[in-house]
Design a protein around this ligand. Structure first.
Ligand SMILES: [Fe+2]
Length: 438
């Protein structure tokens, strides 16, 4: 396993000298630098599957290649093909994708800082962004510059309401690139898919990692690996809960009409159990193998939530026991449009559940308050009646988000409204130790 060093000659160091050279690297094409969007050239850390993927665009004669920026569309790739590529990638080129799948990025600082944002997918019609989204975007840009954050975790529902049609879909610009501006926002966004993303062309969202220098979505599930303060290791296991548990509507590569016509269902079983099983096995293998001081699992559907959608039984039954068994610090999810902190302790292991799904709309519902373990709710925001929720769900609210700062001795999670008002915070200790509310 190779670690990225800040001064590696093949890396583009950041101007702020944080040593997080990883921020400037192309995420999907291993070892490939981009001078600007979509213009890739190979460097020395290129291998196997990813090499072929990138070299096709970089080295073939112009008349013979189809650069992504000139493609009219990317043909939808079935999910099972993506998952197969996923497995091949992990087995064949482990360590070659920047900061992911075992390629550890080192931060030469005493702390590591990042934002946790879910459901930031804006609006499907003009102006393509919601009030809440622009409010959160301005705040995290400023706060990120002040705190010199290292990256963002995007918890799914990246494009409302039907994902994207292809890799050149204008929504990437309208609802993402043009919204999140500033130095801190140009750090990596580690992306997973939400149910709305799966309504559209999810393979195009993965392929967009080749176009954007900050959109990091190498495959439907993958790990993110960092090290800071010399020896403190952090692993994020990024998972696809829609593949694991099913979608809320039976649509893929659909459009807005399909969404309107399709019936709503509980995500209580996978569309393809065999494909889900492959991911379950991968998840447990990552949990077993991780030696990180902080270990996080990141998905779209929450395990526990008090809001509109509530707990996800499929995850409560199968993922939650794994989190306790392997002493995971926290499970982070979106889907419900609020910020929540829920905490459970079993067999001496405490797991924190963070819900951060309010980056472009908020939900004041507490309808599933009685569906979570008694006494486990520590905090939730916002609250209020259904009337106010009706408008805030359309994005007419401040939104909300969570920030994290980890040191070698403790991790601090802060919960903000979209204006940047600190609403709540809690502390977690490195694995095997209980969290303490402050
Ligand atoms: Fe969702």
């Amino acid at each position: 396993m190779r670690a990225c060093e800040p001064n590696d000659s093949h890396l583009n160091n950041t101007a702020d000298g944080t040593g997080n050279s990883c921020a400037e690297r192309t995420p999907l094409c291993a070892g490939i630098k981009k001078s600007r969007l979509g213009r890739a050239r190979p460097s020395r850390h290129v291998s196997t599957y990813k090499t072929a993927l990138c070299d096709r665009n970089a080295n073939s004669p112009a008349s013979h290649r189809r650069p992504l920026e000139n493609m009219k569309s990317v043909a939808p790739i079935p999910v099972f093909v993506l998952l197969l590529l996923n497995c091949l990638t992990f087995d064949a080129v482990e360590g070659s994708i920047q900061c992911t799948n075992g390629d550890v990025c080192k931060i030469d600082e005493d702390t590591m800082r990042f934002f946790i944002l879910g459901d930031f997918g804006g609006l499907p019609v003009w102006p393509y962004v919601s009030w809440a989204q622009t409010t959160v975007a301005k705040t995290i840009s400023q706060l990120g510059d002040d705190k010199r954050t290292h990256f963002q975790l995007g918890l799914g529902d990246n494009m409302y309401y039907v994902g994207v049609t292809d890799v050149n879909d204008r929504r990437f610009k309208q609802s993402f690139e043009e919204v999140y501006q500033g130095d801190s926002m140009n750090k990596p966004w580690y992306i997973i898919a939400g149910n709305h993303d799966h309504y559209g062309n999810i393979s195009a969202q993965v392929a967009y990692s080749q176009v954007s220098k900050r959109w990091v979505f190498p495959s439907l599930y993958y790990t993110v690996n960092y090290q800071f303060a010399q020896q403190t290791k952090v692993d994020f296991i990024m998972i696809d809960t829609i593949v694991l548990c099913g979608n809320t509507k039976d649509i893929s590569n659909g459009d807005f009409v399909d969404v309107l016509l399709a019936g709503e269902q509980e995500p209580d079983k996978p569309k393809d159990p065999a494909v889900a099983e492959v991911q379950w096995k991968w998840i447990e293998r990552q949990l077993q193998q991780s030696k990180a001081d902080y270990l996080f699992v990141v998905g779209h559907y929450p395990i526990y939530s008090i809001s509109q959608h509530g707990p996800t039984a499929c995850l409560v039954n199968r993922l939650k026991p794994l989190l306790h068994k392997y002493h995971v610090n926290a499970y982070m999810a979106g889907h419900d449009h609020s910020i929540q902190h829920i905490s459970t302790s079993e067999n001496g292991a405490t797991v924190e559940y963070l819900v951060s799904g309010a980056a472009s709309r908020t939900d004041r519902s507490t309808k599933n308050m009685d569906k979570i373990p008694s006494g486990s709710l520590k905090f939730h925001y916002p609250s209020g009646g259904w009337f106010r929720s009706m408008f805030s769900q359309l994005g007419f609210s401040n939104g909300a988000f969570i920030s994290a700062e980890l040191s070698s001795s403790a991790g601090q999670f802060n919960f903000y409204d979209g204006q940047g008002d600190l609403k709540y915070g809690f502390r977690t200790l490195p694995r095997t130790k209980s969290a303490t509310i402050i």
